[in-house]
Write a protein that binds this ligand. Structure first.
Ligand SMILES: [Zn+2]
Length: 236
């Protein structure tokens, strides 16, 4: 286990659903914020297939996401509202993510590992989610070759948007079965728990997000020193 190996000025965290960045990486995000990084969050789907009997589930989950972002101290968060359960790695998701990369200009991107079909935690297979893999794949495909190349989505680079081409320095993939970076998150875990409790509609649905996050933290670290797990990619 380690502490943060790299402190960027700007971070972009991309999750498939409301609660994913919080579940897999919120304590690392808290530590990055403590280190004076600016952190922007993108939620790809509307979360409408999570929870039970929510009435207007997307509206409920958007409200919960606002409270979770506030619990972490993130002001800049974007709700892309693609249909939950139907994320696909192509357009329009990919162009939305290129736009976010070009707008935020992150040195570090946090995203799902698109290879995760399952993860074994304490001997039990936790199946991966197709939306997570699609969001991770779309993120990697946005980072290369699209965001740095003016030949992709050129309309974003001119006109009213006037965004800039961009290539991040590092990508850390969470939601992975094969990490090479396990960050000690004993410092930051209380804020992670607060951000997860903001997703109140998911407590019943998955048997307690905060408890599951604690078990995963103990798996990658220890009971006393929970960890969040990533694959660290240095791009230049
Ligand atoms: Zn998810």
């Amino acid at each position: 286990m380690t502490n943060l190996p790299f402190v960027p000025r700007r971070v972009l965290a991309i999750g498939a659903h409301p609660d994913d960045v919080e579940f897999f990486a919120a304590a690392t995000v808290a530590q990055l914020l403590d280190a004076a990084a600016q952190v922007a969050l993108v939620v790809c789907s509307d979360g409408a297939r999570g929870g039970r009997n929510l009435g207007d589930p997307a509206a409920v989950r958007r409200g919960e996401q606002a409270r979770a972002a506030a619990a972490l101290g993130i002001d800049d968060w974007l709700w892309l509202a693609h249909p939950d359960g139907a994320l696909a790695a192509g357009d329009p998701l990919r162009s939305d993510l290129v736009r976010s990369v070009r707008r935020v200009r992150p040195e570090l991107v946090l995203a799902h590992d698109p290879r995760t079909l399952w993860t074994i935690i304490a001997g039990i297979a936790q199946p991966g989610h197709s939306d997570h893999r699609a969001a991770g794949q779309a993120t990697l495909d946005a980072i290369y070759p699209r965001s740095p190349s003016p030949n992709f989505y050129a309309e974003q680079l001119g006109g009213d948007e006037a965004l800039q081409s961009w290539y991040p320095r590092e990508v850390w993939l969470f939601d992975t079965a094969q990490p090479d970076l396990c960050i000690d998150v004993a410092d930051g875990f209380e804020r992670k728990k607060a951000s997860l409790l903001a997703h109140a509609s998911q407590e019943e649905a998955v048997g307690g997000l905060a408890a599951a996050a604690r078990a995963m933290g103990a798996h990658w670290g220890s009971e006393q020193r929970p960890a969040e797990a990533f694959v660290r990619l240095r791009l230049y």
